[in-house]
Design a protein around this ligand. Structure first.
Ligand code: FES
Length: 107
């Protein structure tokens, strides 16, 4: 009997490497991975700073519930980076303040 692979992993060789910018720094990741995961893989833990206390914020839930991973993506503020998938040439920057929440209702 052939063993069953219960994981849902994609071979790394099949993934397309892309470049993107975070706070002015050129980084690389894989097309289609969450931006937050690409930032984490590049050693970045702080995605933004709390508007009230100034404390660093980053990935907390990783599933779109906490909004701690918000960033401006291609000029659109308050995108949840754990849900927004990476594409070639994206420009990502730390949110300066709470945005319109435009992505609250995106699927
Ligand atoms: S880490 Fe919680 S919404 Fe992205």
């Amino acid at each position: 009997m052939k063993p069953v692979n219960l994981t849902n992993q994609v071979e790394v060789e099949q993934l397309k490497k892309v470049s993107f910018i975070f706070n002015g720094k050129c980084l690389t990741g894989y097309k289609g991975q969450p931006i937050a995961a690409a930032l984490f893989a590049n050693g970045i833990r702080t995605i933004r700073y709390c508007e009230v206390t100034g404390e660093p914020r980053g990935i907390f839930c990783g599933i779109g519930h906490c909004f701690e991973c918000r960033a401006t993506v291609n000029g659109i503020p308050s995108k949840r980076t754990c849900l927004t998938l990476l594409e070639e040439g994206m420009i990502v920057s730390s949110d300066k303040k709470i945005g319109s929440g435009a992505d609250f209702y995106e699927s």
